[in-house]
Design a protein around this ligand. Structure first.
Ligand SMILES: [Fe+2]
Length: 503
C-alpha cells in the first residue's frame, strides 16, 4: 500500500476522551490520507468500476457541554475501483463552520443537544437555527460532482468524487435556497439526471420541494405548507411524482415556544404522505393519511397502475421511554434501532380513491436500506439494509430482502466489527437488478483495522469476495452512495482515475 498524508486537522479533543461516540468504533480521524495499490485479500472484480463514497460525523473539538454524535464535522471516505484495483482517500468537507473552528481552535456553535441561545456565534445554519452546518450526513453524486449534505438543512458542498477536494457550495444558477438550506437526502434520478430535494424549518410554510436539472440549474421550487414545524428526514420519488412526508414526530410546540427543541411522538396524529407531480405546484399536492409512525428512511417508490408503491422503515416505537438511565443513555435511545424497531414496510397510495393502505414486509429490525440506483423511482425487488447492535448506532450485519418471495438473506459481522451503510454497485454490463456488488467499509475493533468489503449481491451469506485494507481504522459513519465511473467526468479517459479527474 502506498500512503501519502494529504493533511492534518487541528484537534482539541481530550486525550482521555470517554464520550461513547468519540471513542471505540466512533473514534474520529484527524489525518487525511491518500492510499494507492491497496492490499487485497481475495480478488477485486474487474467489472466493478466507480466509487463508493461514505460520509460521517468526525468531530475535532469538544462540544460546549454535551456532544451529540450528529455534531461532528463531515468527513468523506472514497474507495474507487477500476480494472481490479482500488484506491482510497479521506478528506474533511471544508465547510464554513469547519474552517472557522479550525482558525479559532475551539467550538463556535452549540450542538444539537445544547441550547442554541448558548451558541458563541449569533448566526448559523439548520432548521432550528444557530447550528454549525457540518455537511456530515449524506453524500450523493449529481452532475459529476459529489454533494454532501446536513440533515438539519444547510449548504450542499461540492466535492471532486475521486480526490475529495472541496470545490465550493452548490449555487444552482444562483438560485440555491440559502435562506432555508437543503435537507440531507436529495434524490438523484439516474434516468433523467435530475436531483429532487426538500428543506424544512421553523417558519411557515415549514417545507419546500425543488428540482435541479442535469446541468445543475434549479428549475423548480415550491412551498409545501405544513401545520407547523416538522422533522422530515428523507423523501422518495417515482417517474412522475415526488413523495414528501409529515410524520407525527416533531419538536414539541410547547417546548418550542420556550425556545427548546425537544422531539416528541404524537401517536394520535396520523402520518401524512404528500404526492406531488415532479414539476407540480403547491395546489397540486395530494395528502394521504396513514398509521402514525416516524420514517427516518424510505427505500424507494414506484408507480403501479393508479397506485404509488412506497417502501420505507416503519418505526414500532418512535419515542422509546427515557427510563432512568444516564444522560447519554437517554439521549442516545433515538440512535438505538432495537428500541425504535424500524421494519421494512409498504404503503400503497391510491391516486383514484385518495386512500392509503399499508402492510409490513418484514419482521426484521433493519434500516438504512439501499437499492440498485437504476431502479430508483422504478419498480425494485431487492432491498439491502443494515442490522444494528442493540444500544448503539452501529451496524453489525447486512440483510437482503426479496420483495417478491419475502425471503431474506443475511450476513452477520463478527462481534466487534461494524459496517457502513452498504451500497449496491451494478456490475459493468449488469443483466439484472441484483447483478452486481455490495460495498461497505468495516471498522474492526478486534484487529484495530478498517477494510472495504465487496460482496456478490446474489450471494451475500457466502461472505465477501475480497477485503481491501485501508490505511487507518476509520470511524463508523452514516450514509454512503455508489457512483459508476460512467457518471464521473474523464474517469474512463485517464490512466489513473484516482488523480486525473479535474473538475
Ligand atoms: Fe439519513
Amino acid at each position: 500500500m502506498d500512503i501519502e498524508i494529504l493533511g492534518r486537522a487541528l484537534s482539541t479533543l481530550p486525550a482521555d476522551d470517554e464520550h461513547p461516540y468519540r471513542t471505540g468504533p466512533w473514534r474520529p480521524q484527524t489525518v487525511e490520507r491518500k492510499a494507492d495499490n491497496l492490499d487485497v485479500v481475495g480478488e477485486i472484480p474487474a467489472d466493478l468500476d466507480g466509487v463508493y463514497l461514505r460520509n460521517t460525523e468526525n468531530p475535532v473539538h469538544p462540544a460546549l457541554e454535551i456532544y451529540h454524535p450528529f455534531d461532528g464535522d463531515g468527513m468523506v471516505h472514497v474507495v474507487g475501483f477500476r480494472a481490479g484495483k482500488a484506491f482510497y482517500r479521506n478528506r474533511f468537507v471544508r465547510t464554513d463552520g469547519f474552517l472557522a473552528e479550525q482558525a479559532a481552535k475551539r467550538p463556535l456553535w452549540a450542538g444539537l443537544a445544547e441550547d442554541p441561545r448558548t451558541s458563541p456565534t449569533p448566526t448559523g445554519w439548520g432548521a432550528r437555527g444557530r447550528l454549525k452546518d457540518a455537511s456530515s450526513t449524506d453524500v450523493v453524486l449529481h452532475n459529476g460532482v459529489a454533494l454532501t449534505s446536513f440533515y438539519q438543512c444547510g449548504d450542499l458542498y461540492r466535492l471532486n468524487p475521486t480526490t475529495l477536494e472541496t470545490l465550493g457550495k452548490a449555487s444552482w444558477n444562483g438560485r440555491f435556497p440559502s435562506d432555508v438550506g437543503v435537507s440531507a437526502h436529495p434524490k438523484l434520478d439516474e434516468h433523467t439526471g435530475e436531483l429532487l430535494f426538500f428543506n424544512y424549518g421553523t417558519e411557515a410554510p415549514y417545507m419546500h420541494y425543488g428540482v435541479v436539472d442535469p446541468d445543475d440549474n434549479l428549475v423548480h421550487y415550491i412551498d409545501v405548507p405544513l401545520p407547523g414545524p416538522r422533522l422530515p428526514h428523507d423523501m422518495a420519488f417515482t417517474e412522475n411524482y415526488a413523495i414528501l412526508n409529515d410524520c407525527p414526530l416533531f419538536w414539541s410546540p410547547e417546548a418550542l415556544a420556550a425556545g427548546k427543541y425537544a422531539a416528541r411522538f404524537y401517536p394520535d396524529i396520523p402520518t401524512r404522505l404528500a404526492v406531488i407531480p415532479r414539476r407540480g405546484q403547491t395546489a397540486d399536492i395530494r395528502w394521504f393519511e396513514a398509521d402514525p409512525t416516524y420514517v427516518l428512511h424510505w427505500v424507494n417508490a414506484y408507480e403501479e397502475g393508479d397506485q404509488i408503491v412506497l417502501d420505507g422503515f416503519f418505526q414500532q416505537d418512535p419515542e422509546p421511554p427515557a427510563g432512568n438511565g444516564t444522560l447519554y443513555q437517554r439521549m442516545f435511545r433515538f440512535l438505538d434501532n432495537q428500541l425504535m424497531g424500524p421494519k421494512l414496510h409498504r404503503w400503497r397510495l391510491n391516486l383514484t380513491t385518495g386512500l392509503a393502505k399499508e402492510e409490513p414486509l418484514s419482521d426484521t429490525v433493519s434500516e438504512f436500506g439501499m437499492i440498485n440506483g437504476r431502479h430508483g423511482g422504478r419498480r425494485h425487488r431487492y432491498t439491502y439494509s443494515a442490522l444494528s447492535k442493540p444500544g448503539w448506532f452501529l451496524f453489525n450485519g447486512i440483510v437482503k430482502h426479496d420483495g417478491v418471495t419475502g425471503q431474506e438473506e443475511t450476513y452477520r459481522l463478527d462481534e466487534g466489527v461494524y459496517a457502513s451503510e452498504t451500497a449496491m454497485a451494478p456490475r459493468v454490463g449488469s443483466q439484472g437488478e441484483d447483478d452486481g456488488y455490495l460495498i461497505t467499509i468495516i471498522s474492526d475493533m478486534n484487529r484495530d483495522v478498517s477494510e472495504c468489503l465487496v460482496f456478490d449481491a446474489r450471494a451475500i451469506a457466502a461472505g465477501p469476495l475480497c477485503r481491501i485494507a485501508l490505511p487507518e481504522r476509520v470511524s463508523s459513519g452514516t450514509h454512503s452512495t455508489w457512483a459508476p465511473g460512467s457518471a464521473i467526468p474523464q474517469w474512463a479517459d485517464r490512466d489513473d482515475p484516482a488523480t486525473a479527474v479535474h473538475l
